[in-house]
Design a protein around this ligand. Structure first.
Ligand SMILES: [Zn+2]
Length: 252
């Protein structure tokens, strides 16, 4: 995930092992993403998430190609107004977490793309929705893992819309505005997830980020991912990092 839209040219997805030269935190012991071994996770009962009403309304977002990925923030003229109404709390986190951005990670084909792996398996894409507690500065990221639709499944329309819009942003700093319903983008059972503490998965790779990785997958059409691969970047994910002595919890 990234929490800002600034871009610099000190890093790329071709050489992620070089990031630590400019961003020392990338060599830390609590980095993300990780491979989650489900049978080694520890059961824990977290209280439910509570989402603000705004989650279920269409809001205007601005997508930008920042040279590394395509990030969606609330559009400028709604910023300040809507951002204070888009939040969640609960689920064992302290305080109220406000929406910062959402974006997608993908790979060159369906066997690559997700940042987190589950039992050694990498999925075709992974979405991040980034939140921040404005009082403490604590970051929390929701991760949604994607599968490609089979013949009996319909893809998630809201993510198709993201792919359509994002694939038009062929040059760095290109932007486009688009309406999205966050609750439709976040279409997974919110009582079933993994939880651990890690880092941003893009430089500066700052640690202390609370990760929630939802178990239920979101289906997306292969054409949508192909649009991104062909028109934008072929590879937008960081490889897995060592777990070291962290614990991954599961709520299910
Ligand atoms: Zn991300």
């Amino acid at each position: 995930m990234s929490c800002t839209t600034h871009s610099d040219d000190y890093w790329d997805y071709d050489n992620p092992s070089e990031w630590q030269k400019h961003f020392p935190a990338a060599a830390g012991l609590c980095q993300s993403p990780i491979d989650i071994h489900a049978h080694k996770t520890i059961p824990h009962h977290y209280p439910p998430f509570v989402f603000s009403d705004k989650y279920h309304s269409n809001e205007l977002f601005k997508l930008i190609n920042n040279g590394h990925q395509v990030t969606a923030t609330l559009a400028d003229h709604t910023y300040g107004q809507s951002e204070k109404d888009l939040w969640f709390n609960g689920s064992g986190l302290t305080g109220r977490f406000y929406f910062v951005n959402f974006h997608l990670h993908w790979g060159r084909d369906d066997r690559h793309g997700s940042e987190h792996e589950i039992d050694g398996y990498q999925y075709p894409a992974e979405a991040h929705v980034v939140f921040k507690n404005q009082e403490t500065g604590q970051l929390a990221v929701f991760a949604y893992i994607f599968t490609v639709c089979n013949q009996t499944q319909k893809g998630n329309k809201e993510w198709e819309k993201y792919c359509d819009a994002a694939s038009q942003l062929t040059n760095q700093n290109d932007t486009i505005q688009c309406m999205f319903d966050l609750s439709q983008l976040m279409q997974a059972n919110d009582r079933q997830f993994f939880r651990y503490t890690g880092s941003l998965t893009t430089p500066p790779c700052t640690e202390g980020v609370i990760w929630t990785i939802f178990i239920q997958k979101i289906a997306i059409k292969e054409e949508s991912l192909n649009q991104l691969r062909q028109n934008l970047m072929r590879k937008v994910y960081r490889p897995i990092q060592p777990l070291n002595n962290r614990t991954v919890f599961r709520n299910y």
